[in-house]
Design a protein around this ligand. Structure first.
Ligand code: NI
Length: 647
């Protein structure tokens, strides 16, 4: 943990809270327990070692903390036999609790496998000849291993494959994405460590332009900005106790997993209306990114198979950045490290991965009554609390930001930046499914579909979800002037009927209510999920990405909270034919009223690339909001103090 400027003095938790991520020592211990109980051959690797979270029920039990064993969940891969195992190690008892083989599934790729595929490709004589024939030096070509997707090519069946694509790199430190060698794809079986097939369909020349954006490439930089400092001379307004955070009336715990990245637990609000001694009111038990899929919409041998599950095929948390003060984050920043496990079962610590700070956010509320002095005019400034991290998966960079506001709102913002994937274009051609961004260079159409898993517990776990939309009243005695419209709430009573799409034209949103709790006006307490940018998945339902990312065909799914249902495309979407996860679970059509509900909401970005997004994209912001809806009696931010320096 690193801090700069006056920052809270974090109190190191003496014993880990049951939801704290595994420490590096705990990861080492888990690897040792597993190795001793089940000797791994030379080809045994660890895909992951992470906290096995206690169940919600276990955690809710009185005096839970001391009684809950710390357990590590591990996935192992025997590379030679392509066999996957799951293990649970009890870190207190130092014993292996369970060990099971998982036939027929493929865990996400090891870093070693990404590297092997590159080496095997570079040493492959036919690939070298093809690169040379196209005018590229095979030893100075950037190679990128990409998850292969799953297609019905007979020679790919049952194999653990990566597709390796190539970019000419005139100089070693050139940005690698500007000169794709289009139509040259090497399929590598990383289990047998051999080339399955070389695709060599020369359908475009190698572009000659540069994708560099370093200072040498851009020339003189602007020099007309005056300094802008953010200082908190008296320190920050939040406190940390281990992974527990408190800011204003918000309470929460931070976690991190290699598969999901940032996880927030036990988000709650200390409501003064309930009295100072009352426990914080629960809003959300667990919130995380369940999956991120990026399906591309271009054709051709180097393109059609691109649909990346950055969580389930890659483990997005493993790509967390180490953040730099003054660059990634500005002001009085507190950082937390993130820890994941390398292929050998050793902990990898990403220093300063999670950025925690507060920032000014403009006007919180305001009214300017020109006829009245005292009670009529007032303004309050908004301060928000931010927990964020950045992950770089290949060419793309994703920032994930959780904002907490003084009015009880929560926002999730995703910042998309980095470099777009590229596609070579023949001379003079106008691509139908891509944007021309340079000579012989285009950027294919694609989508980024982020599915968030939100276990909301509004004033407790027993909740009901309503869908709300607005509609005009029919013309007639109830609506004589044609202006009347109403808001209609429909309960989502079971899983099949809770597979829903966003519809901004009727202001559709969803609200999680606690039917047993009401506010002062008698309305059930609730939190509303307000959609932001959304889009339908363009890939056909029976296409490979359409089947594998079935969750992304709709923006909202609701399920009853169930152990083992954490990933919307299933536990092992890598090289999976599809149908797992939400589409499978919800076939049971389980009842949803007065249940511990989980919302699965997909943020959709339809990315038709703008030329201005080359050679590196300005940040695109997207996300959604969770807003209190009768959770309070009135504006809960009335008591925010007026600004002290108005002049
Ligand atoms: Ni994009």
């Amino acid at each position: 943990m690193t801090t700069t400027h006056p920052a809270p003095a974090p109190i190191a938790a003496a014993i880990p809270h049951p939801l704290d991520p595994l420490t590096p020592d705990e990861i080492r211990a888990a690897a040792r327990i597993i190795r001793e109980a089940r000797p791994l051959g030379d080809s045994g690797r660890f895909v992951t070692i992470e906290l096995r979270e206690p169940s919600k029920e276990a955690l809710a039990a009185p005096s839970a903390n001391g009684a809950i064993p710390r357990e590590a969940f591990a996935i192992l891969l025997d590379r030679d036999s392509n066999t996957t195992y799951e293990a649970v190690a009890d870190l207190g008892a130092q014993t292996l609790r369970s060990w099971s083989e998982r036939p027929g599934i493929q865990p996400y790729f090891l870093f070693e496998e990404f590297g092997d595929a590159v080496t095997i490709t570079r040493n492959h004589p036919e690939w070298r000849a093809a690169a040379e024939r196209r005018g590229a030096d095979p030893d100075n070509v950037h190679l990128e291993s990409q998850p292969a997707g799953l297609y019905d090519n007979p020679d790919e069946e049952g194999k653990r494959i990566l597709r390796v694509i190539a970019y000419r790199q005139p100089k070693k430190d050139d940005a690698p994405w500007a000169q794709p060698i289009e139509g040259l794809v090497c399929l590598v079986d990383v289990q047998r460590r051999e080339v399955v097939r070389l695709v060599d369909e020369e359908n475009a020349p190698i572009p000659k332009g540069s994708g560099n954006y370093d200072l040498d490439a851009v020339g003189p930089v602007r020099s007309d900005l005056k300094p802008l400092d953010i200082v908190q001379p008296e320190g920050v307004s939040f406190t940390m106790n281990g992974y527990e955070l408190a800011w204003q009336r918000w309470r929460m715990r931070v976690g991190f997993t290699p598969r999901e990245g940032l996880v927030l637990y036990q988000i709650a609000y200390q409501d003064p209306a309930q009295g100072q001694e009352a426990a914080p009111r629960s809003v959300c038990y667990r919130a995380s990114l369940g999956e991120l899929v990026v399906p591309y919409g271009s054709t051709g041998p180097g393109q059609y198979w691109r649909n990346f599950f950055d969580s389930g095929e890659a483990g997005i948390g493993r790509f967390a950045n180490s953040l730099e003060l003054g660059c990634d984050c500005l002001g009085s920043i507190t950082y937390l490290d993130a820890v994941w496990t390398n292929d050998q079962g050793e902990p990898v610590t990403v220093g300063n991965a999670i950025c925690i700070h507060e920032e000014d956010f403009g006007v919180l509320w305001k009214h300017n009554d020109i006829f009245q002095d005292g009670n009529g005019s007032a303004v309050r400034r908004s301060r928000r609390f931010v927990i964020s991290y950045f992950a770089t998966v290949g060419n793309y960079d994703y920032g994930f930001y959780w904002y907490f506001y003084q009015d009880g709102s929560i926002e999730v913002e995703i910042k998309l930046t980095g470099v777009v994937l590229t596609q070579g274009v023949p001379d003079g051609a106008q691509p139908q499914t891509a944007t021309l961004i340079d000579q012989n260079l285009s950027a294919p159409n694609h989508q980024h579909l982020f599915c968030f898993r939100l276990d909301l517990d509004v004033d407790g776990p027993v909740n009901t979800v309503h869908e709300i939309h607005s509609e005009p009243l029919p013309a007639g005695p109830e609506n004589p002037h044609g202006n009347a419209f109403c808001s209609v709430a429909t309960p989502l009573t079971s899983e099949q009927g809770a597979i829903r799409d966003a519809d901004p034209a009727c202001a559709r949103y969803w609200k999680v209510i606690n039917p047993a709790r009401t506010n002062a006006a008698g309305l059930p307490t609730g939190y509303a999920l307000i959609p932001g940018e959304t889009v339908a998945m363009m890939a056909a339902p029976d296409s490979s990405p359409g089947r594998r990312a079935g969750f992304a065909r709709h923006q909202l799914w609701v399920t009853p909270n169930a152990e083992g249902e954490r990933y919307p495309a299933g536990d092992y979407p890598n090289l999976h034919p599809g149908g797992d996860g939400l589409p499978r679970w919800t076939q049971a059509d389980r009842p949803l009223e007065n249940q511990d509900v989980v919302l699965w909401y997909t943020v959709g970005v339809n990315h038709i690339v703008r030329p201005e997004e080359w050679p590196v994209s300005p940040v695109h912001r997207t996300g959604f909001a969770l807003k209190p809806w009768a959770f309070f009696d009135r504006n809960p931010a009335l008591d925010v103090a007026p600004p002290s320096h108005c002049h």
